[in-house]
Design a protein around this ligand. Structure first.
Ligand code: NAD
Length: 332
């Protein structure tokens, strides 16, 4: 199988690159390195194990000129993981998010049509459910994006399904819940909880827990997510949406107890759910996928790699308050 992985230099994408190579696939990575890191895949580039194309997928001309013209041969499967994926910058720069998450998706769908791929797998987001009324949440729950990132990921999914319907492109959309594991993004943005806590632990600072810390998240280990992407690509199933979660939901207080350290509480934010918890009965039934890594094992694995968060920004309650101003002013 010759596979294209957009966003392959990023967190989840680079784990998918590992898995595809392990399974004997030929891999093409497409990434503009806006938030991804070359170090996630550079040994593969130097060993010529993968083809790397640095292109901004939202630039239609460049996609046609650089990506399609430079790539020889066929592409069997496209995994579309490239996206801008932080909340605060999406509130401040909605147009950039529209370009990278919606326009880039259409451009890549056109590439998929060109190559007549056997599967297009889209990395969607559980953020489309907003503040879910029911947990565990099924795929039929109300869609209610709370901020531009969530909206653009959902619009991308709608395009993917629309291309499936109109052009009979074999598509699958996977709605990831909170993915964690080694190599998670350490860009300057205030974002995912793991990167923030790990850097705080490295520096001996208190964990900045939002609200009372009783809110729970469906933390899903990254290798499980890579596995389900590949399983979706190999399956005969098309035109379906699946929730991808761990089968559990864990409080932030439990996470800090596993990481070990002091805690300080900061104000709860608008637009954030008290609980994210995927109902994964559809994906287990239809694709036969089950998450393998227990939350506690995943946390241990991350702690073993803690040094890699040394370069991450260090947040405290004051810098978080400054960085989340637009969050509070727009969403409350
Ligand atoms: P990431 O930022 O580590 O990876 C995204 C990659 O896309 C980066 O390497 C970035 O450089 C690249 N990229 C961004 N815009 C691009 C563009 N215009 N052209 C080419 N490349 C571009 O993020 P991640 O956590 O690995 O997320 C991967 C995917 O999974 C994203 O689509 C994200 O929305 C989705 N997702 C992630 C989570 C999570 O918890 N991490 C949850 C739900 C959905």
């Amino acid at each position: 199988m010759r596979v294209m992985i957009s966003g392959g230099a990023g967190f989840i994408g680079s784990h998918l690159v590992d898995l595809c190579l392990l399974q004997g696939c030929e891999v093409v990575v497409v990434d503009n390195l806006s938030t991804g890191r070359l170090e996630n895949i550079d040994t593969y580039i130097w060993n010529r194990k993968i083809t790397f194309v640095n292109v901004d997928l939202s630039d239609k001309l460049m996609v046609e000129k650089k990506l399609v013209r430079e790539l020889e041969g066929r592409i069997d499967v496209i995994f579309h993981l490239a996206a801008l994926a932080d909340i605060v910058p999406s509130i401040e720069r909605p147009y950039d998010y529209h370009r990278s998450n919606v326009e880039a998706t259409i451009n890549l769908l056109e590439v998929a049509r060109h190559y007549r791929v056997s599967k297009f797998v889209y990395a969607a987001s559980s953020s489309c459910y907003g503040l879910p009324e029911v947990t565990p949440t099924t795929e039929t729950a109300r869609i209610d994006p709370q901020y531009p990132y969530a909206l653009t990921k959902y619009l991308g999914e709608e395009y993917v399904l629309h291309f499936g319907k109109v052009y009979k492109l074999p598509v699958i959309s996977l709605r990831f819940f909170n993915v964690f594991g080694p190599r998670s993004r350490t860009s300057g943005q205030y974002g995912a909880v793991f990167g923030i806590f790990l850097k705080q632990k490295l520096e001996g600072k208190a964990f900045t827990v939002v609200g009372d810390g009783k809110q729970t998240r469906d933390f899903t280990f990254v290798t499980d997510v890579a596995n389900v992407c590949l399983q979706a690509a190999k399956s005969q199933v098309v035109q379906e949406v699946f929730n991808i979660g761990s089968g559990g939901s864990y409080s932030i207080n439990y996470l800090t107890s596993l990481l070990g350290g002091e805690v300080t509480y900061i104000p709860k934010r608008p637009g954030e759910p008290d609980c994210t918890f995927a109902d994964i009965s559809k994906v287990t039934r239809v694709l036969g996928w089950h998450p393998q890594v227990k939350f506690e094992e995943g946390v241990k694995e991350v702690l073993r790699e803690i040094e890699s968060w040394r370069k991450a920004p260090l947040w405290d309650e004051h810098s978080i308050q400054e960085a989340t101003k637009s969050w509070f002013s727009c969403l409350s």
